[in-house]
Structures are given as structure tokens and as C-alpha cells.
Design a protein around this ligand. Structure first.
Ligand code: FES
Length: 78
């Protein structure tokens, strides 16, 4: 896999937006046929709920992630 996306699935991040963010990422991967290139995994609470929801892409951390941010960031994985 060329890229790894890790989505915090702890209850805080999940409630604060990662439920929708996960849907968005899954759709993006399938619409762009990136299944062979991008690995998508979940993570436990990362102990930084206050700045969540958190997503990690190739070990870079993104805070307060929303769809707008994902649109930009995911384009770079194509
Ligand atoms: S639930 Fe994501 S950092 Fe705590």
C-alpha cells in the first residue's frame, strides 16, 4: 500500500465528526478506485480528544478534521 489512513474511532472523535469523515473517506476511495493504493484502518482514542476529530495520513496528524479538509488532503493521494 502506498498510503495509510488511520481514523480515530474513539467515542469523542467519532461523535465529533469521524463518523461522517469515515463515510466520506470510504466513498472517496471507492469512487477513485484507490482500494489497492490506500489502506484504511481505525484507531483507539489517541488521548487528544479536545482537538479532534483526528485522522492520520501516512503518520501525519490532522486535527479538527471536516469534509472540507478531507477534500484537499485526499486529492493528494490520487
Ligand atoms: S477519541 Fe480520538 S483522540 Fe480521543
Amino acid at each position: 500500500m502506498e498510503h495509510k489512513i488511520k481514523v480515530c474511532m474513539g467515542s469523542s472523535c467519532f461523535a465529533r465528526g469521524n463518523m461522517n469523515n469515515l463515510d466520506y473517506i470510504e466513498s472517496f476511495i471507492s469512487e477513485n478506485n484507490l482500494e489497492a493504493k490506500v489502506e484504511l484502518v481505525g484507531a483507539h482514542c489517541q488521548d487528544k480528544c479536545e482537538s479532534g476529530p483526528h485522522i492520520f495520513i501516512d503518520d501525519k496528524e490532522y486535527d479538527e478534521v471536516d469534509e472540507e479538509m478531507l477534500k484537499d488532503v485526499l486529492e493528494n493521494l490520487k
